[in-house]
Design a protein around this ligand. Structure first.
Ligand SMILES: C[S@@+](CC[C@H](N)C(=O)[O-])C[C@H]1O[C@@H](n2cnc3c(N)ncnc32)[C@H](O)[C@@H]1O
Length: 212
Protein backbone atom coordinates (compact mmCIF):
# COMPACT_ATOMS: atom_id res chain seq x y z
CA UNK A 1 0.00 0.00 0.00
CA UNK A 2 1.26 3.46 -0.84
CA UNK A 3 1.10 5.29 2.46
CA UNK A 4 1.78 9.02 2.71
CA UNK A 5 4.98 9.75 4.60
CA UNK A 6 5.05 11.49 7.98
CA UNK A 7 8.34 12.56 9.57
CA UNK A 8 8.20 12.34 13.36
CA UNK A 9 10.72 14.68 15.00
CA UNK A 10 11.87 13.92 18.58
CA UNK A 11 10.52 10.39 18.09
CA UNK A 12 12.01 8.71 21.18
CA UNK A 13 11.09 5.03 21.20
CA UNK A 14 8.08 5.73 19.03
CA UNK A 15 4.84 6.20 20.98
CA UNK A 16 3.59 9.02 18.77
CA UNK A 17 5.02 7.35 15.66
CA UNK A 18 3.07 4.16 16.36
CA UNK A 19 -0.19 6.11 16.41
CA UNK A 20 0.56 7.79 13.07
CA UNK A 21 1.54 4.39 11.64
CA UNK A 22 -1.76 2.88 12.80
CA UNK A 23 -3.60 5.82 11.26
CA UNK A 24 -2.09 4.92 7.88
CA UNK A 25 1.18 6.85 7.52
CA UNK A 26 4.61 5.55 6.63
CA UNK A 27 6.58 7.06 9.50
CA UNK A 28 10.22 8.17 9.55
CA UNK A 29 11.60 9.00 13.00
CA UNK A 30 14.31 11.46 14.07
CA UNK A 31 15.94 11.67 17.49
CA UNK A 32 19.16 13.09 18.89
CA UNK A 33 19.93 9.82 20.64
CA UNK A 34 20.14 6.25 19.31
CA UNK A 35 16.76 4.53 19.62
CA UNK A 36 17.27 0.78 19.16
CA UNK A 37 13.66 0.08 20.18
CA UNK A 38 12.22 2.49 17.58
CA UNK A 39 10.08 0.31 15.30
CA UNK A 40 10.31 2.30 12.04
CA UNK A 41 12.97 3.89 9.80
CA UNK A 42 15.17 6.05 12.01
CA UNK A 43 17.61 8.95 11.57
CA UNK A 44 19.82 10.10 14.43
CA UNK A 45 20.64 13.79 14.81
CA UNK A 46 19.30 17.20 15.74
CA UNK A 47 15.70 17.38 14.51
CA UNK A 48 15.71 20.90 13.11
CA UNK A 49 19.16 20.52 11.52
CA UNK A 50 18.16 17.31 9.70
CA UNK A 51 14.66 18.46 8.74
CA UNK A 52 15.45 20.26 5.43
CA UNK A 53 17.41 17.29 4.06
CA UNK A 54 14.78 14.80 5.21
CA UNK A 55 12.05 16.83 3.51
CA UNK A 56 14.08 16.78 0.28
CA UNK A 57 14.76 13.04 0.63
CA UNK A 58 11.30 11.78 1.64
CA UNK A 59 8.88 14.49 0.40
CA UNK A 60 6.61 13.92 3.41
CA UNK A 61 2.91 14.69 3.41
CA UNK A 62 3.12 15.83 7.05
CA UNK A 63 5.51 16.43 9.95
CA UNK A 64 4.90 15.57 13.61
CA UNK A 65 7.01 16.76 16.52
CA UNK A 66 7.15 16.21 20.27
CA UNK A 67 10.04 18.37 21.51
CA UNK A 68 11.27 17.77 25.03
CA UNK A 69 9.00 19.33 27.64
CA UNK A 70 11.35 19.77 30.62
CA UNK A 71 11.43 23.55 30.17
CA UNK A 72 7.72 23.69 31.02
CA UNK A 73 6.50 20.52 32.73
CA UNK A 74 5.76 21.00 36.41
CA UNK A 75 7.01 17.50 37.09
CA UNK A 76 10.55 18.51 36.07
CA UNK A 77 10.46 22.16 37.16
CA UNK A 78 10.09 21.28 40.82
CA UNK A 79 13.21 19.16 40.50
CA UNK A 80 15.07 22.28 39.33
CA UNK A 81 15.76 20.81 35.90
CA UNK A 82 14.38 23.59 33.72
CA UNK A 83 17.68 25.47 33.45
CA UNK A 84 19.46 22.43 32.00
CA UNK A 85 17.13 22.12 29.02
CA UNK A 86 16.90 24.43 26.01
CA UNK A 87 13.46 25.47 24.80
CA UNK A 88 13.01 23.32 21.70
CA UNK A 89 9.27 23.93 21.37
CA UNK A 90 9.40 27.56 20.19
CA UNK A 91 11.99 27.01 17.40
CA UNK A 92 10.17 23.84 16.32
CA UNK A 93 6.85 25.67 15.95
CA UNK A 94 8.63 28.48 14.05
CA UNK A 95 10.37 26.01 11.71
CA UNK A 96 7.17 24.10 10.95
CA UNK A 97 5.16 27.27 10.43
CA UNK A 98 7.80 28.36 7.88
CA UNK A 99 8.02 24.93 6.20
CA UNK A 100 4.36 25.07 5.23
CA UNK A 101 3.59 21.33 5.38
CA UNK A 102 0.71 20.06 7.51
CA UNK A 103 2.05 19.46 11.00
CA UNK A 104 1.11 18.32 14.50
CA UNK A 105 3.19 19.47 17.48
CA UNK A 106 2.69 17.91 20.91
CA UNK A 107 3.66 19.06 24.37
CA UNK A 108 2.60 19.17 28.00
CA UNK A 109 -0.49 21.26 28.90
CA UNK A 110 1.76 23.88 30.55
CA UNK A 111 2.87 24.87 27.03
CA UNK A 112 -0.68 25.98 26.31
CA UNK A 113 -1.14 27.69 29.69
CA UNK A 114 1.90 29.92 29.01
CA UNK A 115 0.64 30.75 25.51
CA UNK A 116 3.42 29.07 23.54
CA UNK A 117 1.06 26.59 21.89
CA UNK A 118 -2.55 26.56 20.78
CA UNK A 119 -4.33 23.59 22.40
CA UNK A 120 -6.22 22.38 19.31
CA UNK A 121 -6.51 19.07 21.16
CA UNK A 122 -6.15 18.26 24.84
CA UNK A 123 -6.02 14.49 24.99
CA UNK A 124 -5.65 11.97 27.80
CA UNK A 125 -5.15 8.20 27.76
CA UNK A 126 -8.43 7.74 29.60
CA UNK A 127 -10.37 9.09 26.61
CA UNK A 128 -9.22 6.02 24.69
CA UNK A 129 -10.02 3.48 27.37
CA UNK A 130 -6.44 3.36 28.71
CA UNK A 131 -5.96 3.17 32.44
CA UNK A 132 -3.47 6.08 32.51
CA UNK A 133 -3.65 9.76 33.22
CA UNK A 134 -1.46 11.40 30.60
CA UNK A 135 -2.58 14.80 29.36
CA UNK A 136 -0.99 16.29 26.29
CA UNK A 137 -1.81 19.25 24.07
CA UNK A 138 -1.45 19.19 20.28
CA UNK A 139 -1.32 22.09 17.85
CA UNK A 140 -2.30 21.64 14.19
CA UNK A 141 -0.57 23.65 11.51
CA UNK A 142 -1.47 24.09 7.84
CA UNK A 143 -4.47 21.75 7.95
CA UNK A 144 -7.95 21.68 9.41
CA UNK A 145 -9.17 19.06 11.88
CA UNK A 146 -11.72 18.85 14.61
CA UNK A 147 -12.15 17.65 18.18
CA UNK A 148 -14.97 15.17 18.63
CA UNK A 149 -14.10 13.55 21.93
CA UNK A 150 -15.68 14.69 25.17
CA UNK A 151 -13.03 16.09 27.54
CA UNK A 152 -11.52 13.55 29.90
CA UNK A 153 -12.93 13.46 33.40
CA UNK A 154 -9.66 13.15 35.28
CA UNK A 155 -7.95 16.38 34.15
CA UNK A 156 -9.20 18.45 37.08
CA UNK A 157 -9.89 15.48 39.30
CA UNK A 158 -6.77 13.34 39.75
CA UNK A 159 -8.41 11.18 42.36
CA UNK A 160 -10.67 9.69 39.70
CA UNK A 161 -7.80 7.54 38.52
CA UNK A 162 -5.21 6.37 40.98
CA UNK A 163 -3.28 4.27 38.49
CA UNK A 164 -0.18 6.30 37.62
CA UNK A 165 2.88 4.06 37.45
CA UNK A 166 5.28 6.41 35.67
CA UNK A 167 8.59 4.65 35.20
CA UNK A 168 7.19 1.22 35.89
CA UNK A 169 6.62 -1.58 33.41
CA UNK A 170 2.88 -1.53 34.11
CA UNK A 171 2.68 2.16 33.17
CA UNK A 172 4.47 1.66 29.84
CA UNK A 173 2.27 -1.32 29.03
CA UNK A 174 -0.88 0.60 30.02
CA UNK A 175 0.07 3.36 27.57
CA UNK A 176 0.01 0.70 24.86
CA UNK A 177 3.81 0.84 24.37
CA UNK A 178 4.76 -2.80 24.96
CA UNK A 179 7.92 -2.66 22.77
CA UNK A 180 9.49 0.16 24.82
CA UNK A 181 11.85 0.33 27.75
CA UNK A 182 10.39 1.84 30.93
CA UNK A 183 12.39 5.01 30.22
CA UNK A 184 10.85 5.26 26.76
CA UNK A 185 7.41 4.84 28.31
CA UNK A 186 7.98 7.69 30.75
CA UNK A 187 8.34 10.08 27.82
CA UNK A 188 5.89 8.52 25.40
CA UNK A 189 2.63 9.76 23.99
CA UNK A 190 -0.04 7.04 24.05
CA UNK A 191 -0.26 5.79 20.44
CA UNK A 192 -4.06 5.98 20.75
CA UNK A 193 -3.83 9.80 20.92
CA UNK A 194 -1.81 10.22 17.75
CA UNK A 195 -3.85 7.55 15.99
CA UNK A 196 -6.93 9.70 16.69
CA UNK A 197 -5.26 12.83 15.28
CA UNK A 198 -3.50 10.88 12.53
CA UNK A 199 -6.78 9.59 11.11
CA UNK A 200 -7.97 13.18 10.68
CA UNK A 201 -4.60 14.21 9.27
CA UNK A 202 -4.67 11.34 6.78
CA UNK A 203 -8.06 12.44 5.48
CA UNK A 204 -6.78 15.99 5.13
CA UNK A 205 -3.58 15.10 3.26
CA UNK A 206 -5.07 12.42 0.99
CA UNK A 207 -7.96 14.66 0.01
CA UNK A 208 -5.50 17.44 -0.69
CA UNK A 209 -7.48 19.62 1.64
CA UNK A 210 -4.55 20.70 3.77
CA UNK A 211 -4.86 24.45 3.81
CA UNK A 212 -1.63 26.40 3.36
C1 LIG B 1 9.11 13.74 24.77
S1 LIG B 1 10.38 12.70 24.17
C2 LIG B 1 9.59 12.02 22.73
C3 LIG B 1 8.59 10.95 23.01
C4 LIG B 1 8.07 10.30 21.75
N1 LIG B 1 7.41 11.24 20.88
C5 LIG B 1 7.10 9.16 22.06
O1 LIG B 1 5.90 9.36 21.93
O2 LIG B 1 7.58 8.07 22.43
C6 LIG B 1 11.49 13.84 23.44
C7 LIG B 1 12.63 13.24 22.63
O3 LIG B 1 13.38 14.31 22.06
C8 LIG B 1 14.71 13.87 21.89
N2 LIG B 1 15.53 15.05 21.63
C9 LIG B 1 16.00 15.95 22.52
N3 LIG B 1 16.66 16.93 21.87
C10 LIG B 1 16.58 16.65 20.55
C11 LIG B 1 17.04 17.28 19.37
N4 LIG B 1 17.71 18.44 19.43
N5 LIG B 1 16.76 16.71 18.17
C12 LIG B 1 16.10 15.53 18.11
N6 LIG B 1 15.64 14.87 19.19
C13 LIG B 1 15.87 15.43 20.39
C14 LIG B 1 14.98 13.11 23.17
O4 LIG B 1 16.05 12.20 22.99
C15 LIG B 1 13.63 12.41 23.41
O5 LIG B 1 13.65 11.10 22.89
Amino acid sequence: MNRPIAIDLYCGEGGASMGYHRAGFHVIGVDLHPQPRYPFTFHQGDALTLLPDLVRQYRPAAVAASPTCQTRARVTSWRGKRENHPDLLTPTLDALDRLGLPYVVENVPEAAWDGTMRPDYLLCGTQFGLNVRRHRVFQRGHWAGYELLPPCRCYRNPTLLAFEHKGERAFTDALGCHWMTNLGGRQAIPPACTEHIGRQLLVAVTAGRAAA
